[in-house]
Design a protein around this ligand. Sequence first.
Ligand code: SF4
Length: 194
Amino acid sequence: MIQIQDVILSDDILDANFCCDLPKCMGACCVEGDSGAPLTESEHEEIKDILPLIWDELSPMAQELIQKQGIAYVDTDGELVTSIIKGKECVFTCFEESGICKCVIDKAFREGRISVQKPVSCHLYPIRESSVNGLPALNYDRWSICTPAVRVANRNGVKLFQFLQEPLVRRFGKEWYDELCQVALMWDQMKNSR
Ligand code: SF4
C-alpha cells in the first residue's frame, strides 16, 4: 500500500500495465456488470441539467427508462449509480457502426457541445475509488473483459497510471499526479535494485 498526500493506493496501481483496446473489448465495461456507474450527488444534478442537450442521442429504451426511474438509482450496495437497461448497458451508451460502445456524455463533451464530463468513476475505470478511514483509496479492478487492454499494454509498456493520466489529474490535480509519477520512478528503482 502506498500513500500520496491524502490518497491511498494499492501497489498494483503503480505496477500494472493497462491500455484500453476498444476494437477488441468493444467498450464492454459500459454494458457488462451488475449495476450502473457510481455517481456523486453533484454529478447527478449536473447530468440532469444537460439531459435535454443529449436526449436525442439516447436510445428509445434509455429514454423510456429515464422517464420511468430517472438517470440514476440506488443499487444493492446503497450506492447512487447510473440507470441500466434490462441489467445490461448504461442509459448513456451509444453504439458506433463498428459495434463499439461509447458514452453519449463523453462524446458531447469532447465535441464541445456540453461542459459536463462523464462521471469520474467511468473516467477512472479500471481504477475504483473507495474510502479507508475517511481517505480516498484507489484499487485496480481486474476484470476479464479488459484482458485485451493488458495484452496491448504489456506489448507497449504502458502503465495503468500513465494511461489514466487525464482522469487522475481531473480527480486529484496535476501536483498530486506529478508526485505519483515521481513515486512510481522511485518504486521501480527500488524493485530493480533488489
Ligand atoms: S475499461 Fe476494459 S472494457 Fe472498458 S474500454 Fe477499457 S479495456 Fe474495454
